[in-house]
Structures are given as structure tokens and as C-alpha cells.
Design a protein around this ligand. Structure first.
Ligand code: PFF
Length: 454
């Protein structure tokens, strides 16, 4: 086996994996899904899905990656998987690359909003005096996101930042970055929570978020909760397989998966504790809190109504940017590892080969809100098509593939050996994990795949 890069420290390995998991999925998608699906009841199901299904599937990916000791395709090949199992890895790489092309655009928006906050153009006193803040911020979003030039420039800046980090390599680039940014993320979250909880009427938002109304639980809510759990843990994207290939042999996989899942949950909950009290306090909960509008219209509106708008907004968009960048580097690493391991490319060559086309592909996604908005695929813009195709089809298919392979076809005893570090630890988790990845997770994911298309 070739000598492969490894994470340098236990903390760094956790920071990088947590950095990958905590992304726009937690800070952007989660509150919007919670709002759309009835609040606390959704939260409860989401927590259940992360703990009962997410952690076992994460362990399947970790075990595959560390034992396979290679990129997502190479892992299957190294384990001598027969009959084209490597295609599952190939689909993971395809999914990760397609996601990267549009996630970079959203990461660019967060940087653009940070820039507009710092230059003062997001919050001017004239705007506040003119009234109807919602219409104003909807207009600003239109101007910032749906134009051709600015969003494209910011998308490219973010892509450039990613390239610089990735050229640094796993230890000096990704691991070092995560060690600094992850603590920063938690500090900003904690600071913003203190601010929003002290707003008048914040309690109503906390209640909506934390006191479940069980009558709101429906099959649709369950489907959304499971989808959110998988997305927020970065499952089915090849990221965890790739990162686990950089884990040393003595890394405790079960402990790592529990820490990553709990921290990812914690961030989602903290985010809810920021958004719902603030939104309720200003009576904005009737506005459509969907996707982009929540973060780019409703929250700026909240900040505009608070004293020190630019400070809170600046901190918030730094938070969002940090979440985005540690996730984009992780997803880019999937393709880079593949080029290095499959084609024996140097790090530098692999980085540039993977990332330079992203400049062009992300531009298409960015322009799909501007000049290319009338260009559609199956009636969707390029951005929406890629988002739907990856999250609704590719990610579930890859997750099913990994579960079925690790549950039924992997070399005998592989999971047990990985979870017990070759027998040196007791691993009580193996039985339950095997049961879930054999019987429960693939069936539920398959049902969701079908349900989404009924
Ligand atoms: N768990 C990540 C998130 O919640 O954003 C998933 C992810 C998506 C990672 C897109 C990386 C990425 F580019």
C-alpha cells in the first residue's frame, strides 16, 4: 500500500470532519426546513434521524474509507470489491463535483453580503427611514444575486480562496484552516445567541423551535427530516470516505462519528436559537422563510431593525462564510484525491485540474440567476436542476450503495475490524450498526427516493 497523507492530530482530524459537516446545510437549510415543517416536531425527527440512521451510515463511510485507504473509487478497488461496486464511488465523486459547482455560488453570495455589510451599502439610515424593509431587502437580494457581474466575481474569489487552501494540502491547508475556523464559528454562534435571546418577545420563537406539536408529524415531515439529516452529515458525497482515508489506524471511528454528529446537531440547534427568536421578536414569521430568502432577505431585515446592524450582520456573514468554506474544501478534496490516487497526479496538478473547470461551471450556475435565467433543463434553471438531481437522486443512490456494500458484500469482518481498530478496542456498536446499514437505512432511503418521484 502506498504511503498516504494523514491528518496530523486528533483535534485536527475532528475539526476538519466537523468543518465538512457543518456547512450551509446547518446554518441555511436547517432553519428553513424547520420553519416549513412545523418547528419543534421537525427538530425532534431530525435529531432522531441523525442519531439512529446518520451515525451508522457515517460509520459505514468511515470504515470503507479507512480500510480502502484511497479515494472514493479506489477504496472499493483496494477492497477487491467485485462486479463494478466502484461505480458507487464514481457516482459519489460525480455528485460531489456537481454540488461544488453550485455551492461555490452560494458561498460567493455569503462573501458578497459580508462585503456589502462592511462597505455600508446593506444598511443605510435612509433605507430604514423609508419603511417597508422587506421589499427593500428583497430588492437588494435581487440586485446582489440576480445580476451578472458581482455574484460571478465573488464566486470566483471564493473559488480562488479554495484553490489556495487546497494547494496547501491536507495537513497544512485543510487541517490548519479548520483548527482556526471551527472554534471561531462556535464563538460567533454563541455571541449571536446571547444577542437574539435578549430581544423582546424572543421566548415565543424558542417555544416554536423547542416545544413539539406532535400533530405536525406527517410522512412529508419525516422525509424532509431524513434528507436534512443526511445532507447535514455530508453523507453520500464521498467526503467521509475520502477524509477517513487520511485517518490514522488508531483513530476511534465510533467516537469520531458521535462527536461529529453531535457538533453538527449543536450548530443546527444554535442556529435555530438565533433565527427563530429574532424572527418572532420582529413579527417576521409570516414571511416566506425559504432557502435564500431567509438568510438574504429576512435576516438582514432583522439586523436592520436592531441597533449596531452592521456588527451583527458582519458577524453573521463571517459565520456563514466560515461554514461554507470548510465544506467547500472538503467536497473539492473528493475529486482531488481521486485525481491523485487514480492518475498519480501531483497535489498541485490535481488541484488545478479539478478546480480550474469549476471557474467555468460555477459561472454557469451564477449566471443562471442573471442572463441565463431563461435557459432551463426539464423546466428548471441550471442551478435548480443540479441541486435537485444531486440531492434527490445521486446522494440517496450513493448512500444506498455504501450501505448495501458495507452491510452485505464487503470482506467478512471488515466493519467489525474497523470499529474495533483491528480488535484492540471493544466495539459494541458493530451489531447495531450492521443491522441498521443492512436492513433499515437502505430501505428507508429507497422509500424516500420513490416517494420524491411519486
Ligand atoms: N454537511 C454539509 C452542509 O451541510 O453544507 C454538506 C456539504 C454540502 C458539504 C456541500 C460540502 C458541500 F460543498
Amino acid at each position: 500500500m502506498s504511503k498516504k497523507t494523514q491528518f496530523a492530530s486528533k483535534i485536527g482530524l475532528i475539526a476538519a470532519t466537523v468543518g465538512s459537516a457543518i456547512g450551509l446545510g446547518n446554518v441555511w437549510r436547517f432553519p428553513a426546513e424547520t420553519q416549513a415543517n412545523g418547528g419543534a416536531a421537525f427538530l425532534l425527527l431530525y435529531v432522531g434521524c441523525v442519531l439512529v440512521l446518520g451515525i451508522p451510515v457515517m460509520l459505514a463511510e468511515f470504515s470503507l474509507g479507512r480500510a480502502g485507504h484511497s479515494d472514493a473509487v479506489g477504496a472499493f478497488k483496494n477492497l477487491k470489491a467485485r462486479r463494478g461496486w466502484w461505480i458507487v464511488g464514481g457516482l459519489a465523486i460525480l455528485a460531489s463535483y456537481l454540488i461544488l459547482t453550485y455551492y461555490m455560488v452560494v458561498a460567493g453570495w455569503t462573501l458578497e453580503y459580508l462585503f456589502e455589510t462592511l462597505t455600508g451599502s446593506l444598511y443605510s439610515s435612509a433605507d430604514a427611514a423609508a419603511g417597508n424593509l422587506q421589499a427593500q431587502y428583497a430588492g437588494k437580494m435581487e440586485a446582489f444575486i440576480c445580476s451578472d457581474f458581482e455574484p460571478l466575481v465573488f464566486t470566483w474569489i471564493v473559488t480562488g480562496i479554495n484553490i489556495c487552501i487546497l494547494l496547501g494540502g491536507v495537513q497544512k491547508g485543510i487541517e490548519r484552516l479548520s483548527n482556526v475556523l471551527m472554534p471561531l464559528l462556535f464563538v460567533i454562534l454563541a455571541g449571536l445567541i446571547c444577542v437574539t435571546l435578549s430581544l423582546p418577545g424572543a421566548g415565543k420563537g424558542v417555544e416554536f423551535f423547542l416545544a413539539p406539536d406532535f400533530s405536525k408529524i406527517t410522512p412529508e415531515v419525516f422525509v424532509s427530516a431524513l434528507g436534512q439529516a443526511f445532507f447535514s452529515l455530508s453523507l453520500g458525497m464521498g467526503i467521509l470516505i475520502t477524509y477517513a482515508s487520511y485517518y490514522p489506524a488508531d483513530t476511534r471511528l465510533t467516537r469520531t462519528s458521535v462527536i461529529v454528529a453531535l457538533l453538527s446537531l449543536l450548530v443546527a440547534v444554535m442556529m435555530g436559537m438565533i433565527i427563530f427568536p429574532a424572527v418572532k421578536s420582529f413579527g417576521l414569521d409570516n414571511e416566506p422563510l425559504r432557502g435564500a430568502t431567509l438568510v438574504f432577505v429576512t435576516l438582514p431585515e432583522v439586523f436592520a431593525r436592531m441597533p449596531l446592524s452592521s456588527l451583527w450582520s458582519g458577524l453573521f456573514f463571517i459565520l456563514l462564510f466560515v461554514a461554507a468554506i470548510t465544506s467547500t474544501v472538503s467536497i473539492a478534496e473528493v475529486s482531488i484525491a481521486c485525481l491523485q490516487d487514480r492518475f498519480n497526479m501531483s497535489r498541485r496538478r490535481a488541484c488545478l485540474t479539478a478546480m480550474l473547470p469549476i471557474l467555468v461551471l460555477s459561472a454557469l450556475n451564477s449566471l443562471s440567476f442573471g442572463s441565463l435565467s431563461s435557459f432551463t433543463i426539464f423546466g428548471m434553471t441550471i442551478f435548480d436542476f443540479l441541486d435537485n438531481f444531486t440531492t434527490n437522486i445521486l446522494l440517496p443512490v450513493v448512500s444506498i450503495g455504501v450501505c448495501v456494500y458495507m452491510g452485505w458484500f464487503a470482506p467478512k469482518g471488515l466493519l467489525k475490524s474497523e470499529l474495533s481498530n483491528g480488535g484492540s478496542l471493544r466495539s459494541r456498536a458493530t451489531g447495531p450498526v450492521l443491522f441498521i446499514i443492512r436492513y433499515i437505512a437502505p430501505l428507508l432511503i429507497a422509500l424516500i427516493l420513490i416517494y420524491n418521484y411519486l
